[in-house]
Design a protein around this ligand. Structure first.
Ligand SMILES: *Cc1c(COP(=O)(O)O)cnc(C)c1O
Length: 848
């Protein structure tokens, strides 16, 4: 492994590779596992503590440290032994039988390819902006922990997402540092003969050459593509210049590179995933390239290839509003994909556009990436229970006449990678009661284990955590002031920010209107009174960026800064600039309460609140996203009535008042009601329940196990079945679907009869199937669900031919008479074994 690294890194030859032991340091530095397994931190600190603290990038430390220092530490016996032990541990972990190998030894899954526009793995690799990258990064890490065979695909951006500075006037300044590949913990991908792996993608006029990179995440690999190759046409060279570059054309090209380039890279590496997981619609072009590759392999036409491969594709949607979907003008699709459709897929532009349209024949309709992802997948999911429901609304137009409940979008609730977000102290606390391996397998016992921790221990743990955060905030705030040109006494004064014994509230997230980051500012005087009560002081840490083009979001930041800068607010509140992973870590490890105030139902899931769970922080949040399914009174506090109110200002005002009331009447008194040992019993009880019940449930460990068992494994099987014998099953499915298309309009119901006897309704219905085979459809008795229950769907069985008809049949079913007979109706839907209806065939005929 070390040898390969040495040969493959371009600047490696400039490093002191002849120093004995240096290899081992390289191997550790280039494994992202170091970013959460803090065992290696001490090594980098010993090499150069200042640089380590500033960057948290071992690879930069290693390149920068002087030869003298390297030689000195590497001849130190203890240092060497530590490195050898860490390396041994790493190699053992890579070979260990993990959860996947133990629980699914015969699994048909050899690889799931996870496509995402961003991955948030470490601040040392800034290819993320926020929530979406967090989900992708945390799941990749959990896949490594669990031994699930996943590879990630993403782009390498020459600039990461912007960095934030707050200037003298309290305005956000956006900065775009350059991502120097040589300083990132990545290695170039080379072919076996040592040549750079270069991929060619044709775009109008010129080919784009893509360079490929590898990121090691324990035993999992993440591959990155970038277009910054000297041979490229200048416009193409800039395709990967920045994450979410502005303008639809650049966005389209980035998505082409990710989807088509990503799949092609896997092929070039000889990787043949059974499963392709699309993290958001950005990656949906992978569906096309996967089908194209299948066409080439088997000689089948596109529709067969798509029918075969889609069974192995999974689409996860993260958006709660239609405006959140990427859409492209048909002319843009024509420009960039018209030739690809005709020459590579052998389909017309119209057919291609149809995949991204609700109405294929509406030539003005734009091309929706989420629709392409749905048409190209075997399953679709939202990222929380509520978001599943919201998504069924968003996509119901694609499934006309189907009940909303049956729109084929399920949910897998996100979780966070606990080992990445727990503090060193939290890690120790959990290790003591639950063992070191607690996130490597199933987690059923954790809940009971955590309950065994005493009140005094838990409380001491919280006090220490709060103190660390106060120290960190003081230090960071003082530098922030200094850098923005504040007077010396203000910079000095930052040392007196906060009170280590006060209740600390945290609020950090993207500043955008739907998150309502200024809800707490609704009544500034009331907030001020609440913070500065000398008997029960409260302090508030705020952080968050507003997109450089989101002026409303930036105004919200400005509003906070103005509030904070009034003398009465000192020292109870601070805005820490440049919200990123490192800041998140400190916040989620140290706050007592994490506040979240989105407008329901626009927070698809939200993950930041999950990061406080393992650290003993408690959530106070709107009943939206994950909190809508996590909240019970014993684990935290809830805002809102569990209903949607749009952006009604009166409702916002009412919720703001409710938030103050909750803080004043429940949160603050509970924190300050102490027993004779100084322990707030009720608080600690709530903290314990939150830790015990919610940490395992909202861990990426649970999420990845759920994806694996509910999606990856069945998808792998389904794909293999359809793909076998050059797609024989897929051919039959396509034929079946064509027959449905042609003959469906000829189907009709005749009379339906019901008799009620012995507490049962006995139904018989006449069905004219005409030329359609009985096996190709299913007749069902249906009733809407009541009181939130699932609808009743019962198969009706063929009883006999309908006398005197051609292709007429009588179908029957019996149900209990609990509900009135008129609640039920009959319906006819397509049926083919293994085919997802209505996802893959959305016809439906109702008897009434
Ligand atoms: C966790 C995290 C997010 C996602 O948080 P939300 O709950 O979706 O607001 C965004 N940015 C950073 C830096 C994070 O650490």
């Amino acid at each position: 492994m070390a040898k390969q690294t040495r040969a493959s890194h371009p600047i490696y030859s400039l490093l002191p590779i002849e120093i004995e032991g240096f290899d081992s340091l390289v191997e550790l530095a280039l494994d992202m596992r170091s970013s959460w397994n803090h065992a290696t931190d001490e090594i980098w600190r010993q090499l150069n503590s200042e640089l380590w603290n500033l960057t948290h990038n071992p690879w930069v430390v290693l390149q920068t440290v002087s030869r003298d220092q390297l030689e000195r530490v590497l001849t130190d016996h203890e240092f060497r032994k530590n490195i050898d032990d860490l390396l041994l541990g790493k190699h053992q972990a890579e070979k260990a039988q993990a959860w996947f190998q133990q629980y699914h030894p015969q699994a048909p899954l050899t690889c799931a390819a996870y496509f995402s526009m961003e991955f948030m793995l470490s601040e040392a690799l800034p290819i993320y902006s926020g929530g979406l990258g967090n989900v992708a990064g945390d799941q990749l890490k959990a896949a490594d922990d669990l031994g699930v065979p996943v590879v990630g695909l993403c782009l390498l951006y020459q600039q990461g997402y912007f960095r934030q500075m707050i200037d003298k006037n309290g305005n956000q300044q956006a900065l775009f540092p350059y991502n120097d590949p040589g300083q990132l913990p990545i290695t170039p991908l080379r072919q076996e003969n040592g040549d750079w792996l270069r991929l060619e993608i044709s775009l109008p006029g010129y080919s784009v050459w893509l360079r490929a990179w590898q990121v090691q995440v324990g035993r999992v690999k993440l591959y990155l593509l970038d277009s910054n190759d000297a041979a490229n046409f200048p416009v193409h060279r800039g395709i990967t210049s920045e994450l979410y570059g502005s303008g639809p054309e650049l966005r389209l090209k980035q998505e082409l590179l990710l989807g088509i380039g990503g799949w092609r890279l896997l092929e070039a590496l000889g990787i043949h995933p059974e499963v392709c997981h699309l993290n958001e619609g950005h990656a949906a072009f992978a569906v096309l390239e996967r089908a194209r590759s299948f066409m080439q392999e088997t000689g089948q036409p596109f529709e067969v290839a798509l029918a075969a491969t889609r069974a192995g594709n999974l689409f996860t949607t993260h958006t709660a509003v239609t405006a959140g979907f990427d859409r492209f003008a048909p002319s843009l699709i024509d420009q960039y994909l018209g030739g690809y459709a005709k020459q590579r897929l052998n389909i017309t532009l119209h057919d291609l556009l149809a995949l991204g349209r609700q109405n294929p024949n509406d030539s003005s309709e734009s091309f929706n990436m989420a629709y392409l992802a749905i048409r190209g997948s075997g399953a679709v999911n939202g990222v929380s229970r509520l978001h599943g429901k919201v998504s069924r609304h968003l996509f119901e137009l694609l499934f006309p006449h189907w009940p909303l409940d049956e729109v084929p979008v399920g949910h897998v609730t996100n979780g966070v990678h606990m080992p990445s977000w727990d503090s060193v102290a939290a890690d120790e606390l959990w290790t003591n009661v639950c063992s070191k391996d607690r996130w490597l397998g199933t987690t059923e016992t954790l809940e009971q284990d955590i309950r065994s921790i005493s009140d005094s221990k838990l409380w001491q743990f919280r006090i220490d955590a709060g103190k660390s955060l106060v120290e960190y905030a003081r230090e960071r705030f003082s530098r922030q002031l200094d850098a923005s040109g504040a007077p010396v006494d203000a910079v000095e004064g930052a040392k007196y920010l906060f009170d280590p014994n006060a209740l600390t509230l945290g609020f950090a997230r993207r500043f955008t209107t739907y998150k309502r980051p200024n809800l707490l500012l609704h009544d500034p005087d009331r907030l001020l009174r609440l913070l500065s009560n000398p008997k029960r002081p409260v302090q508030l840490v705020i952080a968050g960026k507003a997109h450089p083009e989101d002026l409303a979001g930036q105004a919200l930041i400005h509003e906070w800064i103005n509030f904070i800068r009034q003398p009465e607010a000192w020292p109870h509140i601070v805005f820490l600039s440049d919200y990123d992973m490192l800041l998140t870590e400190h916040l989620v490890q140290g706050v007592d309460v994490w506040i979240n105030t989105p407008r329901r139902p626009w927070e698809a899931c939200g993950t930041s609140g999950m990061k406080v769970l393992v650290n003993g922080g408690i959530n106070l949040s709107e009943l939206d996203g994950w909190w809508a399914e996590a909240y019970t009174p014993e684990v935290g506090w809830a805002l809102g009535d569990g209903l949607e109110h749009g952006d009604d200002p009166a409702w916002d005002a009412a919720e703001a008042d409710a938030l103050y009331d909750l803080l004043e009447q429940e949160v603050i008194p509970e924190f300050y009601t102490r027993d004779k040992n100084g322990i707030p019993g009720a608080w600690v009880a709530r903290m314990r329940e939150s830790m015990a019940q919610l940490t395992p449930r909202f861990s990426a460990n649970r999420t990845v196990r759920e994806y694996t068992e509910q999606h990856y494994l069945p998808a792998a099987l389904a794909y293999m079945k359809r793909a076998a014998n050059k797609g024989a099953v897929a051919v039959q499915i396509v034929n079946w679907r064509k027959e449905m298309e042609k003959l469906w309009p000829t189907l009709r119901f005749g009379e339906m009869k019901v008799q009620t006897e012995d507490k049962q309704h006995v139904y018989e219905v006449q069905v004219y199937l005409n030329d359609i085979n009985q096996d190709a459809v299913r007749v069902e008795l249906y009733a809407d669900g009541i009181n939130g229950d699932a609808p009743v769907r019962q198969e009706m069985k063929p009883l006999r031919q309908l006398a005197g008809s051609l292709g007429g049949h009588i179908y029957g079913a019996v149900v209990s008479d609990d509900r009135p007979a008129t609640d039920y109706t009959a319906r006819l839907i397509p049926y083919y074994e293994g085919v997802e209806v209505p996802l893959e065939a959305a016809k439906i005929l109702w008897q009434r």
